[in-house]
Write a protein that binds this ligand. Structure first.
Ligand SMILES: [Fe+2]
Length: 220
C-alpha cells in the first residue's frame, strides 16, 4: 500500500511531539514555581492545538472511518477526551505556579507533564501504525485529502493564523518545505496576507528564501 495523503497529519504529529518535548524539558528544569512563566503562553497555545486535533479527528475523520471499518475508533476518542482534559488541568496548574508560587504545585506540574507527554506520544504512535494504514486501504487519495481538509476545517479562521505558523516553526528542517507545500496545496485560501507576514516574521532570512522559492505566491 502506497503512503496516502492521510500521512500529511505527520507534520502535526511532529510539531506536537516537538512542543511536548520542549514543555517537558523547560518544566523539569524549573527550580521555582514562578520559573515556568516563560512557558505559560506556549502551554495555552498547545492546549488549543491539542483540542483542534481532537475535534478534527472526532468529528471528521473517525465517523468516516467507522462507516468503512466499524468499531476501531472508540479508544482513540476516549484518549482525546482524556488528553484534552488532562492537558487543560496542566495548563491551569502552570498558571497557579506562576500566580501563587507553591512548591507542591511545581512538583505536581513536573509529574503531570511527563505522564501527559507519554500518553499523547503513545496515542499518536497508535494512530500512525493502526489508523493510517486502515485509512489508506479504505479511502481513495482524493477521499483522504477530503478528510484532511475536513479536519483542518474545524479550526476557526482566527485559529488558522496560529496553527499554520505553529506547525511550520516546529517541524524539522527536513520537513518544513514539504509541510509548507502540502498546506499551501490543500489550504491556499487560508494564506491571507496577514498569515504570510506572520510566517515571514517567525523564520530567518534563509528559511524565508527557501519558502518563497517553493511557493512564490507567498510574496503577494
Ligand atoms: Fe488523535
Amino acid at each position: 500500500m502506497r503512503p496516502g495523503p492521510i500521512r500529511l497529519t505527520r507534520f502535526f504529529h511532529e510539531a506536537l511531539r516537538f512542543e511536548l518535548a520542549y514543555l517537558e524539558r523547560e518544566i523539569l528544569a524549573a527550580e521555582l514555581p514562578t520559573e515556568v512563566e516563560h512557558v505559560q503562553e506556549r502551554m495555552h497555545t498547545f492546549t488549543r492545538v491539542l483540542l483542534w486535533h481532537a475535534i478534527g479527528e472526532d468529528e471528521e475523520f473517525f465517523p468516516a472511518l467507522e462507516e468503512k471499518v466499524p468499531n476501531v475508533t472508540l479508544p482513540y476518542c476516549f484518549d482525546h477526551e482524556y488528553e484534552s482534559s488532562r492537558f487543560h488541568t496542566l495548563d491551569v496548574l502552570a498558571d497557579q505556579c506562576v500566580a501563587e508560587g507553591h512548591p507542591h504545585d511545581l512538583i505536581e506540574l513536573k509529574r503531570e507533564i511527563s505522564i501527559v507527554r507519554h500518553y499523547i506520544v503513545a496515542h499518536m504512535e497508535k494512530e500512525e501504525i493502526h489508523l493510517w494504514p486502515l485509512t489508506e486501504e479504505n479511502f481513495s487519495e482524493s477521499e483522504q485529502q477530503e478528510l484532511i481538509q475536513g479536519m483542518m476545517g474545524v479550526v476557526p479562521r482566527s485559529g488558522i493564523i496560529t496553527v499554520v505558523p505553529w506547525v511550520l516553526t516546529r517541524v524539522s528542517d527536513d520537513s518544513v518545505i514539504e509541510c509548507l507545500r502540502s498546506l499551501y496545496t490543500l489550504f491556499e485560501d487560508y494564506f491571507s496576507l496577514d498569515l504570510k507576514q506572520i510566517i515571514k516574521s517567525l523564520v530567518d532570512e534563509e528559511r524565508w528564501t527557501q519558502m518563497i522559492e517553493a511557493i512564490p505566491d507567498l510574496t503577494e
